[in-house]
Write a protein that binds this ligand. Sequence first.
Ligand SMILES: C[S@@+](CC[C@H](N)C(=O)[O-])C[C@H]1O[C@@H](n2cnc3c(N)ncnc32)[C@H](O)[C@@H]1O
Length: 245
Amino acid sequence: MRFDIITIFPEIFGSVFSAGIIKKALERDLVEIHVHNLRDYALDKHRQVDDRPYGGGEGMVLKPEPLFTAVENIRADEKQPVYLLSPQGRRFDYRLGEELAGQSQIILICGRYEGVDERVIEYLITEEISVGDFVLTGGESAAIVVVEAVSRFVPGVVGKMDSVRHDSFAEGLLDFPHYTRPRVFKGMRVPGVLFSGDHEKIAHWRRKRSIEKTWLRRQDMLERRELSLEDKKILEEIQRERKGR
Ligand SMILES: C[S@@+](CC[C@H](N)C(=O)[O-])C[C@H]1O[C@@H](n2cnc3c(N)ncnc32)[C@H](O)[C@@H]1O
């Protein structure tokens, strides 16, 4: 799977993919990340990529020609999707990440200033992607979020696919709590069930904590998902326990 990021600030990506899981994925050729300087696709001698908005007003707008030329040069074929990072886009979430992971090439355009010329949105890109209801100064940090979250779905990137299956949102639930050594730290104890050696009990405890966290923090997620009979029983048990407190 290949990511192509188009930006006027390629230096932002200097070290961000050179550590941890993404670094290993790059070394093992599981993913490719190419960062392109938009200025390289500007045709005039000043390599101008932005200009003042028609109609007047504050700020600058990214010009259409360099963006169209960049995409034409980078796209492996017409079918490859092109995404613009934008606060006006479809909200990025677990499901969209999983959906994008099915593509062989993903082109991400990072906006800056007031954004990009509207003709880019109308005629060039496949979809706009937002990482949340707030406004960043540029699309670069949003592109990093997308690359990281999508890469996790590429087989082999996360050593154990099992840990991806248990990640928050994977099953419409938040992840269960994790503990490591020491067993007791400043009087705070790790739950005893985790040393029981009883795998069924541990699995049940984890499921219960996962449902509990989701119910306490994200009831909207529980409403969107059909609970199994077993999960319904667990939820009722949690609700009874909490009432009795
Ligand atoms: C200052 S913003 C422009 C905001 C634009 N004037 C608006 O209000 O929709 C500059 C660039 O940052 C990126 N950006 C800002 N917020 C974002 C968000 N929540 N998600 C994704 N990209 C974002 C976009 O690429 C955008 O073109």
